[in-house]
Design a protein around this ligand. Structure first.
Ligand code: FES
Ligand code: FES
Length: 166
């Protein structure tokens, strides 16, 4: 929960695109992008695990690159294009990565899953035919405490095939 009770109120105007929609807000200058997404936009699919850049659960894509949204300020995201897990499904249909996760049991508790999927989305956008090793590297900042890694890798390779067949 965002709280800076003892700090002077410093608000800034931000304008950014989130999941294809332009949004504008006046936000506290120290609010993180993760807090902005969850608390201002109610996009709670982005999870906050450690809140200090260590677990990857808050990963979103900003201007094409995966970023840890707990380490980016909302004001730094102004003028940028942000994609979150909510932006992947379209017309009621899951994204092929999401489908492959379901079909391959690539999650258990699911807490790491949104961040994991966003890292994988960024990988497949720049490398449509990744090897197992490429997948491992792309998620080396995403911790899964349930140990779903083997199925996550399998799901990613399957998702890449599905996307390439389209
Ligand atoms: S919540 Fe951002 S890296 Fe853990
Ligand atoms: S599925 Fe539980 S942390 Fe990854």
């Amino acid at each position: 929960m965002f709280s800076r009770e003892n700090e002077p109120e410093t608000r800034k105007h931000v304008t950014l695109t989130v999941n294809g929609k332009k949004v504008e807000r006046h936000i506290h200058s120290r609010m993180t992008l993760a807090e902005f997404l969850r608390e201002e936009l109610n996009l709670t699919g982005t999870k906050v695990g450690c809140n200090r850049g260590e677990c990857g659960s808050c990963t979103v894509i900003m201007d094409g690159d995966p970023v840890l949204s707990c380490t980016v300020l909302g004001v730094e995201a102004s003028g940028r294009e942000v994609l979150t897990i909510e932006g992947l499904a379209s017309e009621g249909k899951l994204h092929p990565i999401q489908e492959a996760f379901v079909e391959n049991d690539a999650l258990q508790c699911g807490y790491c899953t949104p961040g994991m999927i966003m890292s994988i989305k960024a990988l497949l956008d720049r490398n449509p035919n990744p090897t197992d090793e490429d997948v491992r590297r792309s998620i080396d900042g995403n911790l899964c405490r349930c140990g779903s890694y083997p199925n996550i890798i399998k799901a990613t390779i399957e998702a890449s095939r599905k996307i390439n067949q389209k």
